[in-house]
Design a protein around this ligand. Structure first.
Ligand code: FAD
Length: 690
């Protein structure tokens, strides 16, 4: 008799587990982020699970829980790396957990032989990441209380913590700082330092590596752990599904979840379930050969998605075909790209990060961040699987020597395939278990764009304004190209019937899995933001948005123009814009003229051209020139909005505003800085920076 699918799956799982046990996983290409995330929902793995963390760890036999608060996947990735390392080096029974999945009022009952890690990203203006909001409110709350009323409540809790932040933001690493403070106040004992990684300085990975060694030493001492020679242990088993081909209807070829596979994708559309949206218009808005800026209109009328002016749209990109080919080729997987596999967690708390059965091609193309910067720690892991001794020695050196790594890898923006190819001289890396790859690379992340339209004007059509990421790097042959923006560029070229003019054709699978994105569609979801116009249109506003920073302000000005046309009184609306040259990258030039007709003198647009004259002029200079007027507007409670470059521009604008306040009001700078800080606190000064 025939086995039905369920039987086959169950049998396969048993087979994988047994074989993995006997071979210690050596024969297995195994997969990802064991410990990662969201697709588990759609795979049904979350069904019936408990929110009681104590119950969970007892049932799973764990003594080390690694919680993450993650927005873009980095904190989640660090959490899984810590989990793997804790297990392989120190024999800890680790599990990774999403902060959103548990309750915290019984933390006081955690047995003393356990330890909790918190890996916490700070988001936006010092906010918790979406998945950490409840935990954060609970633990820092005034009236936090636990199930037993010991004093202090968390006197027996041991914890370790690391924060991911960006020093260009006002509230640098405030999540880890505030959670650490709250836990200490509740009597918990921190082990090692509360680490802080700085994305602003570009040192996140190095900060993490430098923090974790002394932390492990302190933890080993405290818990009496003995370090052992780290052994690579895969967390997922992969079974080849011989009865299936890529044309079998149950095989995922890049569909994000079951509904999409079955062709019945329904809302709610969100970070776990994208809407496959039609792009109804796409065009180039720069007048210059070597740089591209895309304007796109995404139609959401077929979904129940909605947006508000100032929100963000997330684009779910597809990796470039060329990069998928390089990756599969150097890893010796090219021939097997369409082999159908099932992926199974070999460890009870691990979650499969993408739906299966699927193919190597689909995983690499739709689910893995194969072009991102490579972690040095991962290079060390891969040394063990090098095809020859000299490649192994080189990988070991790259893994150990930060400066050497920079010189050879980071400087050129090489991705994993590029690195492996160079290290081995093209020899295939056949021995790398697929698991190690998926564990070492993050999940392909959606990219966010500040919506550049007004929901009052076009509620069902979202505008995007995106500069295409492409850089020539000295010493590197091909240009470095960004993932999502080049995918969008390819969509635009397809839509307008343009040949791909680039010399290095990236070959995107434009039509998506099973041609489901044909007719120019792109997977999206909408994220709501706090970047909002004042509800009273008569309030004056000052917007500062050079380059693509102008995106949300196109929406703001569109909205104010409509309000004026509708007969409302619209307050002063000043937009400080900046670009290189009027003739090259002055975005939406004719549109601003139109808005001016509706808004009249209420609308002004000072422009700083950085390459149009003898002197480089930036938005900060223009602000300074108008000190008197800016100060008067601030005194009238004008709202200030800054969008775009977080590293330099936003920071300098902040400084200049404080200088203006100080000079114009004749008060000390420190006092003026305090005033600007208070403006931020009361939302009179808002940022949308990246
Ligand atoms: P990616 O491939 O993600 O590369 C981005 C950068 O990462 C590169 O420039 C490089 O510095 C680094 N990098 C990537 N790979 C490597 C490597 N192998 N080695 C070294 N470095 C590497 N952008 C807009 O154009 N318009 C907007 O309106 C806009 N709004 C945004 C709003 C928010 C809230 C945020 C967070 C971002 C916004 N962005 C916007 C930026 C946007 O999300 C993307 O980051 C940007 O478009 C680049 O995406 P990409 O996939 O093309 O590039």
């Amino acid at each position: 008799t025939q086995l039905d699918t369920l039987d086959i799956i169950v049998l396969s799982c048993i087979l994988v587990a047994t074989a993995a046990y006997f071979t210690k996983g050596k024969l297995w290409g195994v997969t990802k982020d064991p410990y990662a995330n969201s697709f588990a929902n759609t795979n049904g793995l979350k069904a019936g699970k408990t929110r009681n963390i104590i119950e969970k760890i007892e049932e799973a036999g764990k003594n080390c829980i690694i919680f993450y608060g993650s927005q873009t996947g980095t904190a989640e990735d660090y959490a899984s790396r810590l989990a793997k390392e804790g297990k392989s080096r120190f024999g800890l029974e680790t599990m990774v957990a999403d902060l959103e999945d548990y309750d915290y009022d019984n933390l006081d009952q955690l047995p003393e032989d356990k330890v909790i890690f918190f890996v916490l990203a700070t988001y936006g203006e010092g906010e918790p990441t979406d998945n950490a909001v409840d935990f954060y409110e609970f633990i820092t709350g005034e009236d936090v209380s636990f199930s037993e009323s010991a004093d202090p409540p968390l006197g027996t809790l041991k914890y370790v913590t690391f924060g991911l932040g960006n020093n260009t933001y006002e509230h640098y690493n405030s999540m880890v700082r505030n959670v650490d403070k709250a836990l200490t106040k509740l009597g918990a004992h921190r082990i090692g330092d509360a680490g802080e990684g700085d994305d602003g300085a570009g040192t996140m990975e190095e900060d993490f590596l430098a923090w974790k060694e002394p932390m492990w030493a302190a933890l080993a001492k405290k818990m009496g752990l003995e370090e052992r020679e780290a052994q690579y242990e895969p967390i997922f088993g992969i079974v080849e599904r011989e009865g299936l081909t890529k044309d079998s209807h149950e095989v995922y070829l890049g569909e994000p979840n079951k509904m999409h596979l079955e062709g019945s994708a329904r809302g709610p559309f969100n970070a776990h379930n994208p809407y496959i949206a039609p792009i109804v218009e796409s065009k180039e808005i720069f007048n210059v050969k070597d740089r591209n800026c895309l304007h796109m209109e995404v139609d959401i009328s077929g979904s129940n998605l909605s947006y508000q002016t100032g929100d963000h749209i997330a684009i779910w990109p597809t990796n470039a075909g060329l990069e998928v080919d390089y990756f599969l080729d150097i890893l010796g997987l090219a021939e097997k790209r369409d082999t159908v596999i099932s992926v199974k967690a070999l460890e009870p708390t691990a979650k499969v990060p993408f739906p299966t059965p699927t193919t190597f091609d689909a995983i690499v193309r739709y689910h893995m961040e194969i072009c991102a910067p490579i972690s040095r720690q991962f290079v060390s892991t891969l040394a063990a699987f090098a095809p020859d001794e000299s490649s192994k020695a080189e990988m070991t050196k790259l893994g150990q020597d930060k400066d050497y790594f920079h010189e050879k890898v980071s400087k050129y923006h090489y991705n994993l395939a590029g690195l492996l190819r160079r290290v081995s001289g093209g020899q295939k890396w056949n021995n790398v278990p697929f698991s190690a790859l998926i564990e070492g690379l993050t999940k392909l992340q959606p990219r966010y764009y500040s919506i550049s339209s007004s929901s009052a004007v076009q509620p069902k059509k979202i505008s995007i304004t995106a500069v295409v990421e492409s850089q020539l790097i000295p010493g590197r042959e091909d240009p470095f190209t960004g993932v999502a923006t080049n995918y969008l560029l390819a969509l635009k070229e397809k839509q307008n019937g343009e040949p791909n003019p680039k010399p290095y054709g990236l070959k995107y699978e434009i039509c998506g899995p099973r041609n489901k994105y044909d007719g120019i569609h792109v997977p999206v979801h909408v994220r709501h933001s706090n970047f909002k116009l004042p509800s009273d249109p008569s309030k004056p506003i000052i917007m500062i948005g050079p380059g693509t920073g102008v995106a949300p302000f196109r929406g703001f000005v569109q909205e104010r123009a409509k309000q004026a046309e509708d007969g409302e009184t619209v307050g002063k609306t000043i937009l400080f814009f900046g670009c290189r040259k009027r003739s090259e990258d002055f975005m939406y030039e004719s549109e601003w003229e139109e808005r001016k007709k509706a808004l009249g003198d209420a609308f002004e647009m000072p422009i700083a051209f950085s390459r149009d004259g003898p002197k480089k002029v930036y938005v900060q200079h223009l602000l300074k020139e108008r000190s008197k007027e800016i100060n008067e507007l601030l005194e009238k409670k004008a709202y200030v909005y800054v969008c775009g470059d977080a590293a330099n521009m936003a920071r300098e604008v902040n400084t200049v505003l404080a200088q203006i306040v100080s000079e114009q009001r004749g008060i000390p700078e420190a006092k003026a800085e305090e005033i600007v800080k208070n403006m931020r606190a009361s939302n009179q000064y808002q940022e949308d920076v990246w």
